[in-house]
Design a protein. Structure first.
Length: 185
């Protein structure tokens, strides 16, 4: 964080976007993988936001923090217990930080992407067996998997003056996947 402020002294926006998936089925999950998940997905966001906020508070400046969670923060997924728990914790961290930092003029919001094509997800999306991808594309109301730009637009909005009266909110970006209980048949 010191290096970031050294390069950009007027920095007033932070996006906490680090995360990955290390789960095994619940009965096989190891403490090492659980801790790795929590360190990367949750603790890194917590302590990066803390360092950022300390600097802004010391300089009596406001700002904006956006935390990337996931739709897994609201809904469980098979063999994803640690990941889901870390993403649910990020949802609550977003709300708690919004409460803690409001008096300092620092807004805290989050995004909860659904299925987005990234290097992490592209392995199974680009496989020859398209059955799982076809299944999701059928369930997603907009009939496609998301792209990183779909998330970037929401993050840009939350960091902008257009969102100056928004704090403690999570925008779900999933093409309508979690809006429809059963999906298309």
């Amino acid at each position: 964080m010191d290096k970031a402020f050294e390069l950009e002294p007027g920095l007033d926006t932070l996006v906490c976007n680090a995360g990955s998936f290390f789960d095994l089925p619940f009965l096989e999950m190891t403490r090492e993988r659980f801790d790795k998940t929590m360190q990367l997905n949750l603790a890194s966001a917590f302590f990066t936001a803390q360092a950022f906020a300390k600097r802004l508070v010391a300089e009596n400046r406001g700002g904006s923090i956006v935390i990337t969670s996931s739709t897994n923060g609201f809904q469980g997924e098979m063999d994803s217990c640690a990941y889901d728990a870390s993403k649910g914790a990020l949802v609550m961290l977003t709300k708690s930080l919004a409460v803690s930092l409001a008096d300092h003029g620092i807004r805290v919001n989050g995004v909860a992407p659904g299925l987005i094509k990234t290097p992490l997800t592209s392995q199974w999306m680009e496989s020859k067996d398209r059955s799982l991808l076809d299944h999701y594309e059928k369930k997603i109301l907009l009939r496609r998997v998301g792209a990183p730009d779909d998330v970037a637009g929401a993050v840009t909005f939350l960091c902008s003056e257009a969102a100056s009266y928004i704090t403690g909110e999570i925008i779900v970006i999933d093409g309508g996947l979690t809006s429809c209980q059963i999906g298309r048949m």
